[in-house]
Design a protein around this ligand. Structure first.
Ligand SMILES: [Zn+2]
Length: 477
């Protein structure tokens, strides 16, 4: 039987506000445990939450950027459950009346475009963090850090319209890029400021009703989301093929072992006894404010992509890659300011630059080659000072040392040989060393021309101007 995966994603994104959602404690990451806490975020009796206006503003920005509607009236609700990292015994979230709903994100999967609906975006507070110490002399025990308690999150819930792990990854990449373009989330998956849970079920192809779903947690990179979904598709397929049912449950992804395992049976919404939080007033959003926020939205990834295609006449694939992050797009445009050949710059960024960054697991923000330096190196090629082949070595050296191209070229003696008489001498030497090949070439074995070019380039350590080598070889032969 062939099955169709039905995938829905819930993304939790941490808002880049300075203070928490209901108190003035700092949201900074990495402080000593329990130093960013107060009676409100540790849930002491008698303390009262006060909503951070910037969290509402950022949520509206996210909602507008994903074509959602903004509710003029929405409510906070208490989601009740017990866990040691949740001192109040409930999480303040939004339930029946979220701040925004009914949007979409357009994504590109290989050559296909797909629109994925967003059901809702709501605000909520984060819980604290438990650290488990299994190796202490006192025996296994756990610590709790409340610094993260009350850090503002938005939850973005997609419709179950995603049909493959690749689509899931494309959706997440685009969503993350949008939030980062808006400067409302730093997108750091390792530190947990952009995290994702996935619901997945299978159904026979062509069937309309949904199968039983599992929820996957603990995937802290795009690659792990894809791997976990791939694994879950295989697992569920095997069970269905054997005629066994799928159990509705929450499963944890184990990246090291490459498997998901059961964590707990899936709770239903009614288990949480949601009710409107009596400590917080309803949120009434002024439409003028929404209008002003809409007018102030920056250029978003897909708009930028369209502009790159139009303005720079580069292929859609290039434009998609270059607009995958704001910093990369800025880097590209900074290069073009100095060296205005869009496709050449795009080629260098997409092949050489991104390859080096990927190898070092660095982001473009940490790139040791400033845009200006790359552009100036490309100019050296155009000016005939270095060959395209040498340029790749120059670039690697620039990346390693952080030096400028002209310094490296001087230091290494990599300046292209454009002196005709010098090249002519080398050409004569090469032909003199290979009389047999010259004979065959003259008898019509044209293919040997490439061999002679290669020999001359080798003898000049790649520094000879290729055009001159070609011309002179033809003349001599
Ligand atoms: Zn606090």
């Amino acid at each position: 039987m062939e099955y169709e995966p039905v995938i829905g994603l819930e993304v939790h994104a941490q808002m880049l506000t300075k203070s928490k959602i209901f108190c003035s404690c700092s949201t900074a990451f990495g402080a000593d445990p329990n130093t960013h806490t107060c009676p409100v975020c540790t849930g002491l009796p008698g303390s009262l939450p006060v909503l951070n206006r910037t969290v509402v503003e950022y949520t509206i920005r996210a909602a507008l950027a994903t074509h959602c509607e903004i509710a003029p009236y929405s409510l906070f609700a208490r989601k009740n459950y017990f866990y040691p990292d949740l001192p109040k015994g409930y999480q303040i979230s939004q339930y029946e009346l979220p701040l925004s709903s009914s949007g979409f994100v357009d994504v590109q999967v290989d050559k296909d475009k797909k629109r994925i609906a967003i059901i809702r975006i709501h605000m909520e507070e984060d819980a604290g963090k438990l650290m488990h110490d299994l190796s202490s002399e006192r025996g296994a025990h756990s610590y709790v850090d409340f610094n993260r308690t009350g850090v503002p999150l938005i939850e973005i819930v997609s419709a179950p319209e995603i049909r493959s792990p690749e689509e899931a990854a494309a959706y997440l990449r685009k969503l993350r890029a949008i939030l980062m373009f808006l400067d409302i989330c730093d997108g750091n998956m390792e530190e947990g400021s952009f995290r994702c849970d996935a619901n997945i079920s299978l159904r026979p192809k062509g069937q309309k009703t949904l199968g039983v779903k599992t929820e996957l947690k603990n995937m802290n990179s795009f690659r792990n989301v894809q791997r976990a979904l791939d694994y879950e598709i295989r697992r569920q397929t095997a069970l269905l093929d054997q005629g066994e049912g799928i159990i509705q449950e929450t499963r944890l992804w184990d990246a090291a072992r490459g498997v998901t395992s059961s964590m707990r049976s899936k709770e239903e919404a009614h288990d949480y006894r949601y009710f409107p939080d009596p400590d917080l007033v309803p949120i009434v959003v002024d439409l003028e404010w929404v209008k002003a926020l809409k007018a102030s939205l920056p250029e978003l990834p897909n708009t930028k992509k369209e502009r790159f295609i139009r303005e720079y006449e580069i292929p859609e694939y290039d434009a998609e890659v270059l607009t995958s992050s704001k910093s990369l797009a800025n880097y590209y445009e900074a290069c073009l300011q100095i060296y205005a050949k869009p496709k050449i710059v795009s080629n260098w960024i997409m092949s050489e630059l991104l390859r080096e960054l990927k190898r070092d697991e660095r982001e473009i923000e940490e790139c040791p080659v400033p845009a200006k330096n790359l552009a100036e190196m490309l100019k050296l090629i155009d000016d005939g000072l270095i060959s395209g082949r040498i340029a790749k070595s120059v670039f690697e050296e620039m990346y390693q040392s952080g030096k400028k191209a002209d310094e490296i070229v001087k230091e290494k003696g990599w300046i292209q040989v454009t002196d005709t008489s010098a090249i002519e001498r080398t050409v004569e030497e090469v032909l003199g060393k290979h009389p047999k090949e010259v004979e065959e070439y003259k008898k019509g074995k044209d293919k040997l021309f490439g061999f002679f070019v290669g020999q001359v380039m080798k003898a000049t350590q790649g520094k000879a101007n290729p055009q001159l080598v070609n011309d002179l070889l033809k003349k001599k032969l």
